[in-house]
Design a protein around this ligand. Structure first.
Ligand code: ADP
Ligand code: MG
Length: 599
């Protein structure tokens, strides 16, 4: 394996690299750095998002800059303010032992402040095309002597309609500079730029062109259109440690999905173009600090997102362009980590999956939306691990003897069972009453109607399910026979894996409940209870998100919405001083009332 030492980098950079903890160069770095150091040449480098392109041009650029001169020698154009700042920070840490000034130029901040910084002597300017154009027009920056021009994330810049700005900016630069173009994909527009503005560029390709990164697994989930949102929640619940970007097609959907998630108690936030820069900054800050676990975003707004460790990209809706899908999924699986790109599709969108597969040359795996019971299992183990890994709070010490007394008669097993139940019941109670969201497989009498209790009808829970050999017809027959009821008396039978639901009219309720007291089948207690689920809410919702990761400081991007949409927003501190978020409102709160979660 090649080492950084073998690429021809100077000592000061090697030291900085060591400080940053980079051990070996990534492929694009290994390929690009020696060439860029060795000669003055144009270059087109194609490599997936997250493969270390910034350093691939950043290291050589810093080495080639004459730190003695204060003239602006390098210009980096990047699509968004986010990226612009990110690149600037990266370059600053690369050049910590070299006396190079890097200045960021981007919209939404004081142009005069930026001009002042440039004036102090900026050997490298990192800019968004719009603001750069602006500053050129106002003669606040001089790029007539640059030797290196980097077009970073060129595909995204062009996607965002910066073609004219770019060509105009380039017209202010010297002809004999070197131009380095870095891009994740190579759409037509990028090759046009390369043809027009570059001279015999060296081409570097990492991985195959336009193909997705290998560290990303692609999955799709087929649901009916009206279940999209419920499916999204299940995907989140089945992945308790999820840190994700959820892509929607429109600003409106983005806002409404984020609002719904927040209402249902998830740590979510919206990112789209109708928000002010300030609001967007806040959301991004919350996301970076993990206060937001699910960032719901439009494609355009998400262009700036460059956050490592995103575990899942969720395509709430598929984009029109395959390129866009590539960009979306490239948000995960970065920096050597693995990631999952999930797509929620309806039957009619299935052919889109095929066309994406062809384009990215990867197969999608069709997966089933987790069932309630599966989610309960995941949450149960997550909870057990969480308790196991929780650092005990010493403040509790003084109460310990008294607490010990309370538990004197409780065995360790029993204690653990009860502790876990405190939280688990919430999931169980909720999920035991939900249906399968996957496209009908015919195990339910009526997939379209959620069972419910109303003034005439009672809904019951019964602890037998498909595991016990029942489908809805068998269970209905069984109930009819044991209860001695007629064909129409038992309805809305919904069979899950290990439990089921059914309805009778209210006048049968006494009979049903009485019959199933101490009722055994094959030596096993068959238990029927009235289901507390009011059911009629479309509510797959529940839950508050645990506040474990939330910081005390720092705003939350969702706050604005939460205030306006929810009457009850309760942020309290628990004993360990962490923030917790209140349970979601409405129905959900009703359902979980009385759980002593908060003090
Ligand atoms: P790209 O521009 O290709 O999307 P970045 O340059 O933003 O990727 O790099 C992605 C992440 O990988 C960053 O956090 C960066 O610090 C890290 N990184 C880059 N090069 C290396 C390396 N050689 N070893 C370890 N981490 C690296
Ligand atoms: Mg980059």
């Amino acid at each position: 394996m090649t080492k950084f030492e073998e690429l021809g980098l100077q000592e000061s950079l090697l030291r900085a690299i060591q400080d940053m903890g980079f051990e070996t160069p990534s492929e694009v770095q290994e390929k690009a750095i020696p060439i860029l150091l060795d000669k003055e040449t144009d270059m087109v480098a194609l490599a997936q998002t997250g493969t270390g392109k910034t350093a691939a041009f950043g290291f050589p650029l810093i080495q080639k800059i004459n730190a003695e001169s204060r003239t602006t020698q390098g210009l980096i154009l990047s699509p968004t303010r986010e990226l612009c700042l990110q690149i600037t920070n990266e370059l600053k840490s690369y050049s910590k032992y070299d006396n190079v000034n890097v200045v960021a130029i981007y919209g939404g901040a004081s142009i005069t402040d930026q001009a002042k910084q440039v004036k102090k002597g900026a050997q490298i300017v990192v800019a968004t095309p719009g603001r750069m154009q602006d500053m050129i027009n106002r003669r606040m920056v001089d790029i007539s002597k640059i030797e290196y021009c980097v077009l970073d994330e060129a595909d995204e810049m062009l996607n965002m309609g910066f073609y004219e700005d770019i060509t105009s900016i380039l017209s202010h630069t010297p002809k004999d500079k070197s131009t380095w173009l870095f891009s994740a994909t190579m759409p037509k527009e990028v090759s046009i730029i390369a043809q027009e503005f570059m001279f015999d560029p060296v081409e570097i390709t990492v991985g195959s062109r336009n193909s997705g990164s290998d560290s990303v697994v692609h999955e799709f989930y087929a649901v009916s259109g009206r279940d999209r949102y419920l499916a999204l929640k299940r995907l989140a619940d089945a992945n308790p440690d999820i840190f994700s970007v959820v892509f929607c097609r429109t600003k409106r959907d983005t806002q409404s999905v984020a609002e719904k998630l927040i209402e249902d108690g998830y740590s979510a936030g919206a990112l789209h173009g109708d928000l002010s820069q300030n609001q967007r900054d806040l959301v991004m800050k919350s996301f970076r600090t993990r206060q937001i676990q699910m960032l719901v975003a439009t494609d355009v707004a998400a262009r700036g997102i460059d956050v490592d460790d995103i575990t899942h990209v969720i395509n709430y809706q598929l984009p029109d362009e395959v390129e866009t899908y590539t960009h979306r999924s490239g948000r995960t699986g970065r920096a050597g980590k693995n990631g999952v790109s999930m797509v929620i599709v309806t039957k009619s969108e299935m052919r889109k999956i095929k066309s994406i597969e062809r384009k990215i040359q990867k197969k999608f795996e069709q997966k089933a939306i987790p069932t309630g019971i599966e989610i309960c299992q995941v949450q149960l183990f997550h909870l057990a691990k969480k308790i196991h890994n929780t650092e005990a709070n010493d403040e509790i010490e003084e109460y310990l003897p008294a607490i010990m007394e309370i538990f004197e008669d409780t065995s360790k097993e029993e204690l653990i069972k009860r502790m876990v139940s405190v939280e688990f019941n919430r999931f169980f109670n909720y999920y035991s009453k939900t249906r399968d969201l996957n496209q009908p497989k015919g195990n339910s009498e009526d997939n379209s109607s959620r069972g419910s209790s109303n003034e005439h009808s009672t809904r019951y829970f019964i602890n037998v399910g498909s595991k016990d050999g029942y489908d809805w017809m068998r269970l209905k027959d069984f109930l009819k026979e044991t209860l001695n009821l007629g064909r129409e008396d038992v309805y809305k039978v919904d069979v899950k894996e290990s439990f089921s639901f059914f309805n009778t009219d209210n006048d049968k309720k006494e009979k049903v409940l009485a019959h199933f007291t101490d009722f055994k089948v094959d030596g096993r207690f068959v238990n029927v209870e009235e289901s507390t689920n009011s059911g009629s809410s479309g509510g797959d919702g529940r839950r508050r998100r645990d506040g474990g990761r939330k910081r005390r400081d720092g705003g939350n991007g969702g706050d604005r919405k939460r205030r306006s949409r929810r009457s009850e927003t309760n942020t309290a501190s628990n004993s360990s001083g962490r923030r917790r978020r209140s349970e979601s409102g409405g129905n959900e709160r009703e359902r979980f009332r009385g759980r002593s979660r908060r003090k």
